[in-house]
Design a protein around this ligand. Structure first.
Ligand SMILES: *Cc1c(COP(=O)(O)O)cnc(C)c1O
Length: 399
């Protein structure tokens, strides 16, 4: 007998978290695992941010606060968006949530009706399709190709639209590709969005982690007139190495933000009070630590790509941001392991590399592309080089 609701019956655990858990379990058993599956910076949270949080705790800032988030943090978020994008928002147009993840979850619950279709551009962040489904919607995946740097053809985007299509989720720099959409793509996309009256969730979580020295960009950079239909999502997790703090936010038209607040008020109430003080310090304090991390990520991207180029058969684009390279391993599919097992998929390859090379990568099937595996460079250059050596040796053993 099962008491499970229809809503959760088909729900799978997050694939990225699953690999991470497997790698961590093997490590605990004493195995020398190099974990390149992490979806978080390896840096520690900057000291001044921790201090602000400790101060808040010591001052007794430990009670319930406003559902939508403390006003000073919402003001800091508006200020940051003004500085980064030149866009004006008021604190009523901001909701602070327990991570960007909850911010997206809130938005989808507030925007999606039963049977509504939501466009998701592949490869995509693992959580988008299940989140849309939980909200009662139907994820419509728009495919892309390696050759076109994972920017879907605009004709394919438009062909995916039906009368039930209500919105679209964007993410650039992208997890898993590390690539940034070009201006031309955004311009074309914005025409389609207007024509079909769609809303957009712009997941900007990596917007400041880019290696070209340019400022952050999203669809509003190129199409300001979409401001009344675009919801900007961001947070402190990736930019400030604060994944465990669980602070993110959504910014956009008041009516929907208010609905998110009503939803959140009936579920988690609000993000942790003193963590919000830390996030405020992150946004308003010195931004030097971000620069240091971005430089480190940029260097690691170079080191990793240089090493990967030594392995025959692999294809990838050098990342422009975030901390991932999306690598095509499919040239090795169809080959056999020493145990005569044929590698047929990204899951097989991830399992093989974890067993043989003791390197943990995330299978691309989790992001909608089975030819690829995602390599995270949120780890030291030494570990990256060692990991690529081990991958190279393991691939050579395939027959
Ligand atoms: C990490 C990540 C998130 C979630 O961030 P949190 O603020 O920690 O919830 C959202 N979107 C993408 C693409 C991510 O990689």
């Amino acid at each position: 007998m099962s008491f499970l609701s229809e809503r959760v019956k088909g729900l799978k655990p997050s694939a990225t978290l699953a690999i991470d858990a497997k790698a961590k379990a093997l490590k605990e058993q004493g195995e020398d695992i190099l974990n390149l599956s992490a979806g978080e910076p390896d840096f520690d949270t900057p000291e001044h941010i921790k201090k602000a949080c400790i101060k808040a705790l010591e001052e007794g800032f430990t009670k319930y606060v406003a559902t939508q988030g403390i006003l000073s943090l919402r003001k800091a978020i508006c200020q940051r968006i003004k500085e980064d994008y030149g866009l004006d928002y008021s604190p009523e147009e901001v909701i602070v949530a327990s991570g960007a993840k909850q911010a997206i979850f809130n938005l989808l619950l507030a925007l999606v009706n039963l049977g509504d279709e939501v466009l998701i551009l592949s490869p995509y962040w693992v959580s988008y399709p299940p989140m849309v489904e939980i909200a009662g919607g139907i994820p419509k995946i728009v495919s892309s190709s390696f050759e076109k740097r994972f920017e879907p053809d605009l004709t394919d985007v438009e062909a995916s639209i039906s009368p039930s299509t209500k919105g679209m989720i964007l993410n650039s720099p992208s997890n898993p590709t590390g690539l940034i959409y070009r201006r031309e793509f955004y311009l074309g996309l914005s025409e389609i969005i207007k024509k079909h009256n769609l809303w957009v969730i712009s997941d900007d979580i990596y917007d400041r982690l880019r290696f070209d020295g340019k400022g952050p960009e999203n669809i509003l950079t190129f199409a300001k007139e979409l401001k009344d239909r675009v919801f900007l999502v961001n947070g402190v997790s990736k930019t400030y190495a604060m994944t465990g703090w669980r602070i993110g936010w959504a910014v956009g038209p008041k009516e929907v933000i208010k609905a998110c607040s009503n939803l959140q008020g009936q579920s988690t109430s609000h993000a942790t009070s003193f963590a919000q003080k830390g996030a405020e310090a992150a946004l308003t304090g010195p931004q030097e630590p971000v620069k240091v991390m971005v430089e480190a990520f940029a260097n690691r991207a170079k080191v990793l790509c240089q090493a990967l180029r030594e392995i025959p058969g692999l294809r990838f684009h050098e990342p422009q941001g975030a901390f991932y390279v999306f690598v095509d391993f499919s040239a090795y599919y169809g080959r056999k392991t020493e145990a005569e097992k044929e590698i047929q998929s990204s899951l097989d390859m991830a399992d093989y590399l974890l067993d043989q090379a003791k390197v943990a990568l995330v299978p691309g099937v989790a992001f909608g592309d089975d030819a690829f595996l995602r390599i995270s460079f949120a780890t030291s250059e030494e570990v990256l080089k060692l990991a690529v050596d081990r991958i190279n040796i393991a691939l050579k053993k395939l027959k």
